[in-house]
Write a protein that binds this ligand. Structure first.
Ligand SMILES: [Zn+2]
Length: 415
């Protein structure tokens, strides 16, 4: 038998969260912050030290490594494991000061600066009595999103190398950058990776397999008016601001908005407006689990635009939509084992499993669309993108054990 080394997994996690890797949406570079390259360098050195193969940090700072098959030359599928090293710009990420709570007694948690993690606001805490939790001092996020995933994959690699009796096919590791600002998959070379299936370790809690995401388009609506000094504007000015305001007022408001929907319901979200009399721009995102709804949403934007144009003679309204990503479930249907084996692995371990849908996208949405089926698995993250973020070591250990079992199941498959 083997055992996951809890202490080593914890030490790893604490080491990684101390390196600031906040993604910077205003940076022109890739990765968007130097800390990501620094953490990647550390990971590559650790992978090399544990004798993983093909270890490289490429020119984009992505880290790749592999663990060779232990089931001989049989043609078994290649499984890739993916996590992102960057953290969200939505909360401070410098000088993370992790704090370990052993044997959590239950109840609200007071952080060093007086900030509270309340059970009422985070009911998942009720199931974690007795567990080891890692919080911050309340001034920064923790970065368990996704350094919990990073640590799990790193510990898995070491566990596999130390236990050659564990059955698995070829395993590939990919540590990506800038996931939080929508660029997590930009630089992944899928040809070079040559994997048959992948898993991102970037979901919350334990026992979750994310099997669907939104399908997503974005729309830019431009209002082209005609500016002239207001003193001489009679019958001459065409005010784009008026057009933009009417357009937004005509959007659905009782339904089909982020504020009025949940579960499987989609929405149109006007998330930015800018401009002046001569020209104004409204940015929107369109979301639905059914990609066909996105065309319906786009059509309603075009109809509203036409109606606004007719109300303001001379005003031009242009609607441009662009594709963002597609529901993970569409691509996973081509490789159902990507989900069923993950469920089977939980069952074999005697643990509950929940299939979940994500009201957003994951790196897996994009990888799956590009042809690499990639469900998302739990990694013990909680309250992400917040100074009240915490991670659960027991759930991270469980996620590592699940991967060992999952890889064993894949090694019985044929590529
Ligand atoms: Zn994440």
């Amino acid at each position: 038998m083997f055992e996951i080394n809890r202490r080593r997994l914890l030490d790893r996690f604490l080491r990684y969260v101390r390196i600031a890797t906040t993604a910077d949406p205003n940076s022109g570079t890739y990765p968007s912050s130097e800390g990501q390259r620094e953490l990647g360098k550390l990971l590559a050195a650790e992978l090399a030290a544990m004798a993983a193969e093909d270890v490289v940090q490429d020119e984009h700072a992505l880290v790749y490594a592999s663990v060779p098959s232990t089931v001989g030359d049989a043609e078994v599928p290649v499984v890739a494991l993916v996590a992102h090293v960057d953290t969200s710009p939505d909360a401070p990420g410098e000088n993370v000061c992790p704090s370990v709570i052993e044997n959590y007694p239950g109840g609200d948690i007071e952080l060093a600066n007086g900030e509270m993690i309340r059970v009422d606001a985070c009911p998942a805490l009720r199931d974690l009595v007795g567990a080891t939790l890692i919080t911050t001092d309340g001034t920064t996020l923790l970065g368990g999103d996704d350094k919990a995933g990073v640590a799990i994959i790193m510990e898995l690699v070491q566990t596999l190398i130390e236990n050659p009796q564990l059955k698995h096919g070829p395993v590939k590791v990919v540590m990506t950058c800038d996931e939080e600002i929508g660029h997590g998959t930009d630089k992944i070379d899928l040809q070079k990776l040559a994997a048959d299936v992948a898993y991102t370790l970037d979901s919350g809690g334990a026992g979750i397999v994310d099997v669907e995401t939104f399908s997503a388009d974005a729309a830019t609506v431009r209002f082209l008016g005609d500016n002239i000094h207001p003193s001489i504007a009679k019958d001459r000015m065409i005010n784009a601001v008026r057009g933009a305001a009417d357009f937004i007022a005509a959007l659905p408001r009782e339904t089909d908005t982020p504020e009025t929907t949940d579960g499987r319901q989609g929405f149109i979200h006007a998330n930015s407006i800018s401009g002046g009399v001569g020209e104004a721009t409204v940015e929107l995102i369109l979301r639905s689990f059914d990609a066909a709804d996105l065309e319906t949403y786009a059509e309603s934007l075009r109809q509203i635009a036409a109606s606004v144009e007719s109300q303001w003679p001379g005003l031009k309204v242009e609607v441009n939509t662009r594709r963002q990503y597609r529901n993970l479930g569409e691509g996973l249907a081509k490789l159902p084992e990507s989900i069923t084996l993950a469920e089977q692995a939980f069952e074999n371990l005697g643990r509950p499993c929940t299939k979940a849908i994500v009201r957003g996208g994951t790196d897996g949405s994009v990888l799956t669309e590009k042809g690499l089926p990639t469900p998302n698995l739990s990694s013990g993250q909680h309250n992400i993108h917040s100074v009240r973020e915490f991670a659960c070591l027991d759930e991270m250990v469980a996620a590592t054990e699940h991967l060992v079992e999952l890889l064993s199941l894949w090694s019985n498959q044929r590529a």
